[in-house]
Ligand binder design. Structure first.
Ligand code: HEM
Length: 242
């Protein structure tokens, strides 16, 4: 298991982060050097002021009323997924260091872990529901004909990341907490990688290693996939009201 962990959760993470950063740099370079369209691409109604355009861009990006109008069911699951993903992201930051004040408000480290267990379980379950809905949507019904292999590859990677994250949360969440994962992750950042005894002792390493294997693949593919829309959507939505 230790070799598996070194491949997926040490070297794999370094490789994935390098590919992610270089890939996103390449994307940014492409965006910056693409000539601007000589034709205005804005659609009515267009705000008259710069501030109005900025607010509309934020609304179109974060609330996406146009999607709610076109496909309400998909909109519901997409919102569920993205809100849960944001919550899980905030939760993952504990791997870098404990939040200030929050543990004191929640009754110490134990209270904080209990809160993380409840919030993480809800976020993890909601993300799983979202991704299962997307897989079903492209597997049955009319969207099947519009789907290309990339759509399924991305959903499969996401499914792998989430199901293994949920495995960590639901199977080992009662015994292994953020402080243990923190020891491993901080050692990576300090370029002195190690695994705490608690991770090596039981089967949790298999689960963490597989969560990281899918995460590594996901991060490496991200800059070259349609998921860069997460960043590109800001400028696209700005162009819409140009
Ligand atoms: C460097 C990247 C990542 C690391 C180091 C990491 C690590 C972890 C760890 C240690 C847990 C268990 C938390 C606990 O039980 O206390 C976890 C849970 C989870 N992870 Fe990740 N993960 C990463 C990226 C991702 C990504 C990209 C996603 C989804 C797109 C994801 C989704 C989840 C979910 C849904 C859970 C369960 C719910 C929760 O506890 O938040 N993870 N992750």
């Amino acid at each position: 298991m230790e070799t598996y962990l070194w491949i997926t959760s040490v070297w794999g993470v370094y490789l994935a982060l390098a590919v992610f950063v270089i890939g996103m740099g390449w994307r940014a370079y492409q965006w910056a050097t693409t000539p601007k369209s000589p034709v205005r691409l804005g659609m009515f109604p267009k705000p008259a002021t710069k501030g109005g355009r900025f607010v509309k861009m934020l609304k179109d990006t974060f609330i996406a009323p146009q999607s709610a109008h076109i496909e309400p069911k998909m909109y519901f699951f997409a919102m569920l997924f993205h809100v849960a993903a944001l919550a899980a992201f905030v939760g993952h930051l504990r791997i870098l260091g404990e939040y200030p004040i929050l543990p004191a408000l929640l009754g110490g480290e134990e209270g904080m872990n209990e809160f993380a267990a409840i919030a993480g379980s809800i976020a993890g379950a909601a993300m799983l529901i979202g991704v299962i809905y997307w897989i079903a949507r492209r597997t049955f019904g009319p969207y099947k004909n519009l789907s290309v292999p990339e759509d399924y590859l991305l959903l499969a990677l996401l499914f792998g990341v989430i199901i293994m994250g949920d495995h960590l949360r639901f199977v080992y969440g009662g015994t292994i907490h953020a402080d243990t994962y923190q020891e491993w992750f901080k050692s990576l950042l300090a370029f002195k990688p190690m695994f705490p005894e608690k991770i090596l002792a039981g089967n949790v390493g298999w689960s963490l290693g597989t969560h990281m294997l899918f995460t590594d693949l996901f991060l490496m593919y991200f800059p070259f996939s349609k998921l860069v829309h997460a960043i590109g959507s800001f400028s696209t939505n700005l162009v819409r009201s140009e």
